[in-house]
Design a protein around this ligand. Sequence first.
Ligand code: COI
Length: 355
Amino acid sequence: MSATQTYKIEVLKASTSKIKEVDFDNLHFGEVFTDHLFECDFKNGEWQNPTIKPYAPFLLDPSAKVFHYGQAIFEGMKAYKDDNDGIWLFRPDENYHRFNHSATRMAMPEVPEEIFMEGLNQLLKLDEAWIQKGKGNTMYIRPFMIATGAGVIANPSDEYKFMILLSPAKSYYSGEVKVLIAEHYSRAANGGIGAAKAAGNYAAQFYPTNLANKAGFQQVIWTDDATHTKLEEAGTMNVFFRINDTLYTAPTSERILDGVTRKSLIDLAKREGINVEVRPVLVSELVEGAKNGSLKEIFGAGTAAVVNPIIGFSYQEVYYELPKLENSVASQLKEKLTNIQHKLAEDTFGWTVKV
Ligand code: COI
């Protein structure tokens, strides 16, 4: 198919819906999926057979390269339903472009915009009954691509599958989040794949995060691999620090994911007249700030996590708890952001896109 080709999506509808079995008030993040998924295969050098079909397991050759060499990337996006049943996406172009950056870094083919966007839009419309109205209700969207070509020779696959799953979601973290600051393990290194949304970046965090969990911490804030002195990201979310009245967050780099929520919060905070500095933030500044009281807030920002306060951190085996705040900057920014996403406030940035 040529670059200008219009792809016709085949739609195979499920004979029954699972929606009645779902308790939308008690959703655990990422455990429930809608009736349908979108899929498209890359074979013989082209994307073909874009299809929406009932959600179901599928077969792969045991030697498929995704299993052996980890050629797998994904995105995290959300859709929202307004009070008039309109469905909205938040900055979908950002996710689309980041997806293809990830694909390039992992030697995978780019997905044409038409396949990504049309597949997503048609899937959302088909399963729209699953998108609940009201603040806090969202449809988490998981586009992903895996290498399906068979053979264990260590080179890039020549076949791929691109899929989109939909999962109704409320919050990602269910309680208070305390973090460990990484002192030994690293999430990413210069020249590596830290800025890509590659599956392996998440797998690499599981072991050290398990250790952190056992010690009573929900997440790790990763530091730069070379010196472990600069604060980078939390793996499931970018991080912000408020010292006195200034918000700080690390600049994106080869090691840090260019988060859509992160960049939206920077713009929102600036619009609200909050001083924002994007610069390397040192672990020593955090410790000093916690000791002298100038460190007011830490919070994570991500599509799944939205804006999540971090109530304390541990470094060199000392735990620092932050003061409890009535009207934190995190909660103010979360309110502004989610109001825009749910179409409850004017979107002066032009971030929301109607499905
Ligand atoms: C997202 O926020 O969408 C992510 O991809 C993070 C993931 C760990 C749920």
